[in-house]
Design a protein around this ligand. Structure first.
Ligand code: DQA
Length: 151
């Protein structure tokens, strides 16, 4: 497989479709569409392909992770509130065995106690939290580095 064929799946969890208007003091003013456009631009620079998918439904995110195995080499995931509740997403990531990077716009460790625990953190390669939309950029760079390293 040539380097250009690396495909990364970028997953956005619940309420992230509201970015831009949702608590902008925490999550910033950028819309999800703008974040995805910037990620597509970065993907071109890195010479990889990305697909972005957002869902408010835990089951749809699980389905997407399960299907990712045959098409993608890595995952960037902001599971949003499911980060703190979803054993199903954790199990799906383990089941696919794909390397994943967990990202958060806000620094979850500076916020409420219930956000300090992530069910995903111990099954992903690493976590990036607190850099706003840059968290996704850093996450994409990190997963591409990881995939290339593993080839
Ligand atoms: C978030 C942090 C989560 O605690 C929260 O539920 C979100 C967004 C973030 O990107 O900062 O919806 O994942």
């Amino acid at each position: 497989m040539s380097e250009n064929n690396i495909k990364i799946l970028i997953l956005h969890g619940p309420n992230l479709n509201l970015l831009g208007t949702r608590e902008p003091e925490i999550y910033g003013a950028q819309t999800l569409e703008a974040i995805n456009q910037d990620l597509s631009q970065l993907a071109r620079e890195l010479e990889v392909q990305v697909d972005c998918f957002q869902s408010n439904s835990e089951g749809e995110l699980v389905d997407k992770i399960q299907q990712a195995k045959s098409e993608y080499q890595g995952v960037v995931i902001n599971a949003a509130a499911y980060t703190h509740s979803s054993i199903a997403l954790r199990d799906a990531l383990i089941a696919t065995g794909l390397p994943a990077v967990e990202v958060h716009l806000s620094n979850i460790y500076q916020r409420e106690e219930f956000r300090h625990h992530s069910y995903l953190a111990s099954v992903v390669v690493g976590q990036i939290s607190g850099f706003g939309p840059q968290s996704y950029h850093l996450g994409l760079r990190a997963i591409v580095h990881q995939v290339r390293k593993g080839k």
